[in-house]
Design a protein around this ligand. Sequence first.
Ligand code: PGA
Length: 254
Amino acid sequence: MIKPLIIGNWKMNHGRQEALHFATRFCEQNKIKKGVDVALAPSFLSLSVVKEALKDLPVLIGGQNCHWMDQGAFTGEVSPVFLKEAGCHFVLLGHSERRHLFLENSLDIGKKVSAVMHHHMTAVLCIGEKEAERDANQTFTVLKNQLEQGLSGVVSPLLLVIAYEPVWAIGTGKNATPEQVVEVHAFLRAEMIAKFGKEVGEKIRILYGGSVNTSNAKSLLACPHVNGLLIGGASLKIDSFLQIIDDAPPFERN
Ligand code: PGA
């Protein structure tokens, strides 16, 4: 069994004050279930307050994006080096909002994956098909292309997490059915094994994301090869986030 990973993606929500309020209350509740890895991706400006407020809890902190270069004339960008300095353990890359609203392409995302690993952080590569692509039976072709380009520069496969988020399920309240999730996750597991070999490929965590909430988390987590969740809206409230963490099957060492 792979230890489940539950990541809250706050997107452009919770500025420093709200983030501090969340983190302080989250810490007071001190209810994080053992055997589950818990992570939060606040906005860049909220990273330091969240990191400090949660220092006594086993919560990993990460960025929502970064550039592939360490430094330079890239106005408005954030370097992976700065994220590392801020105490980040991981970076979300290729989120569908980055791909579709900010026109990021898979080749640039691949450079980011490589840069993040180079700085010893985990790269959470987000992939997913649009509704029209699913309707046209192109789901697996789209995912395969996103993987091929996104993983072209992987330096440390053990620092890789894949997050499957069908674009049509993000923020829409329409989550994929367990059958669709089982089918895609089995495909992604086979791809990981084909690319990195059985031993490593079986260890890479594959998360599901897209309208995960307290009513569907348990059944999604029960699907084979779903090793955790990437949660947007439901991670903004402490109660729902904690409830979902509690729904994850805890990892026990043999
Ligand atoms: P959602 O977002 O849970 O609000 O659908 C998920 C994500 O975008 O990572």
